[in-house]
Design a protein. Structure first.
Lengths: 182, 182
DNA sequence: ACGGGTTGTGCAACTAGTTGCACAACAGCA
DNA sequence: TGCTGTTGTGCAACTAGTTGCACAACCCGT
């Protein structure tokens, strides 16, 4: 229910083509709302026929491509409505936690390698976020917009920090649980 | 791809009927892998025809109900296989973070109430986890099984702690961003 | 000028998850 | 003893997300 709103947000920040959007979903926006290019193209189609966005007339003759979209007033209104509307948090699903719990019953054999791999992935992600923070939020800029955006980035940083710490601990004290077959 | 494995884990911990499972998914297991009773019944059907579980013969004549299922060796093997297999972390989707980002463009009007509501929800969840920790993991029990389960619960506690802190900060310093319509 | 990689756009089919309903059995009570 | 609410089980339809492919255009080396 919120991919269209993610796209509207991105397009308001800057009008873009499908591919531009795809790229931006692979960094910034995608850090907390991921989407593939297929999803994005499909959704762009729907948003256009709903009258929420429109294709910018291509200035370069545009050999074959549709190119950039921009948000129409109706789209902005819809986004504002959605932002203000109460929403229940979606239930979480975390396969790694589930696997730990399963391992308590069927044994921890083979788990450690993947735990370490995940730890590494989270460390990288954390480093990337910290890089962005250093680059885009130097101390002192406290425009309202920047403060909000920084707040979102901080959430990412702190979540990744949590995961690296938790996984480190998990690897360290992974108890060897034997397969509990009776 | 992991609902069946969540069910296998739950059934290994204790053979249960569909309704029992539903209840357990509303607490413990569901904290990191939620499912509705409809999903569960459907999945039980599949697992049974796959030969991973079987219905226990009802000892009380069981007026109408199918009652409890137990895991067969093939099911346990499948669960062990899945637990050990490498899996990429699924991309996150967090609507609240997205809304904050949208608010930076279309304005923060109406957002604060829901932010507070979420804060309250996370506080409750945290309290519940801490209750469970006090009840089920008194200091001193360090069987391998208990250590693993405690580790999973700690993840829940720390995540909820993070969210309550983050939301508190968000509410406090919610900058008033005007609707940026040109 | 042509063959092979890369970029940009998109459809179709499938899988997972959600929502909405159906309905039997029993429990309590009026 | 029939009405009403609750418990337990389940199907069907819909929505969202993923996977896999297609295909045109351009760019680059030979």
């Amino acid at each position: 229910m919120s991919l269209p709103h993610a796209i509207l947000t991105a397009l308001l920040e800057r009008p873009s083509s499908g591919l531009d959007l795809t790229r931006r979903f692979d960094r910034s926006i995608g850090y907390f709302w991921s989407a593939t290019h297929q999803q994005i193209y499909r959704e762009l189609g729907k948003l256009e026929s709903a009258g929420h966005i429109r294709a910018l007339p291509a200035q370069a003759p545009a050999r074959g491509q549709k190119k950039a979209y921009e948000v129409l007033p109706a789209g902005r209104a819809e986004l504002a409505r959605w932002t203000a509307a109460a929403q229940d948090p979606k239930p979480h699903r975390d396969a790694m936690l589930l696997r730990l719990r399963a391992a308590a019953v069927v044994g921890t054999a083979g788990l450690e390698a993947d735990l370490r791999r995940h730890l590494d992935l989270h460390r990288r992600q954390l480093a990337e976020y910290e890089e962005i923070e250093k680059r885009d939020f130097p101390p002192g800029d406290d425009s309202a917009q920047a403060r909000l955006q920084h707040l979102v980035l901080r959430a990412g940083i702190e979540l990744e920090t949590f995961w690296t710490q938790w996984l480190t601990q998990a690897v360290e004290e992974l108890p060897v649980v034997e397969d509990g077959t009776a």
